[in-house]
Every structure is written in C-alpha cells, then in structure tokens.
Design a protein. Structure first.
Length: 112
C-alpha cells in the first residue's frame, strides 16, 4: 500500500512537470511569432504611415498629429486607421483587421 502511494505521487509529479514543459514550449513559440509579427507591422508602418506621421511618430506634415502625443484609446486608433479622417486615407479595404490592430498597438511604442 505504501508503495502504491509512492508510485502515484511519482506519476503525478511526472504529469505536472510534463505539463509545465508543454506550456513553456507554447509560450516561447508565441513570443517569437509575436516579435516577427511586430517587425512586419513596423515595416508596413514604414511605407504606409511614416510618409505623414514620421518613422518614430513625429509627424512630418502639418495636418497630421504627432502619434507620440496621441491620447486616443486603442479602439479609437483602430477606428481612425480603418476609416481614415480628412487627409488620412482609410485602410479597411487595404489592410486586414489583424494588421490594423497591430498598427494601433505599434503606435503605442512611440509614446514618450
Ligand atoms: C496622407 C497622410 C497620412 C497617412 C499616410 C496616414 N495618416 Fe494618420 N493621420 C493623418 C491626419 C491628417 C490625421 C488627423 C486627422 C484628423 O483628425 O482630421 C491622422 C490621424 C491619425 C491618428 C490619430 C492620432 C490622434 O491621436 O489624434 C492615428 C492613430 C493615425 N493617424 C495612424 C495612422 C496609421 C497607423 C497610418 C498608416 C496605416 C496612417 N495614420 C497614415 C494623416 C495621415
């Protein structure tokens, strides 16, 4: 009987450690693809947005606000990128939702 308890404890331990390993693998996979995704978003920002908003969010045309000073919420940024406003061109037929949300997130890294 004592031996059975010892064995189950050992089996439970094995089960726990193998679960831990699995979740670690999933995490590190997501991290590297996130970094890849954000690098791609940075590239898209560079040729779609930087012409007006500057490479680092300091705008280069008079009418465009500095993104470094944006006080918009994430959802407001997604909306303005999707639908545009005045001279800002809408992106909803050009970029997919995931990319637009990525851009809205990317802009946050400009905040000073
Ligand atoms: C042709 C120039 C132009 C391009 C290209 C452009 N924008 Fe804009 N953007 C503007 C202008 C002008 C405004 C201000 C609109 C207004 O309020 O009338 C603006 C506003 C914004 C705002 C709101 C900032 C705030 O807090 O007020 C965000 C966010 C933004 N742009 C993101 C982007 C992203 C991301 C891209 C690339 C997909 C982009 N813009 C491309 C001109 C541009």
């Amino acid at each position: 009987m004592g031996r059975l308890i010892y064995f189950s404890a050992f089996a439970a331990l094995l089960l726990l450690t193998s679960c831990g390993d699995n979740s670690e693998q999933v995490d590190s996979g997501a991290d590297s693809s996130d970094a890849m995704f954000m690098a791609e978003i940075g590239r898209i920002y560079g040729f779609k947005c930087a012409i007006c908003h500057g490479k680092k969010g300091r705008s280069v045309i008079k009418t465009a606000p500095h993104l470094t000073e944006s006080t918009m919420s994430f959802n407001e940024r997604v909306a303005i990128i999707k639908y545009g406003k005045t001279t800002m061109p809408p992106q909803k037929d050009v970029l997919d939702v995931k990319t637009i949300e990525g851009l809205a997130k990317y802009i946050e890294s400009f905040k000073e």
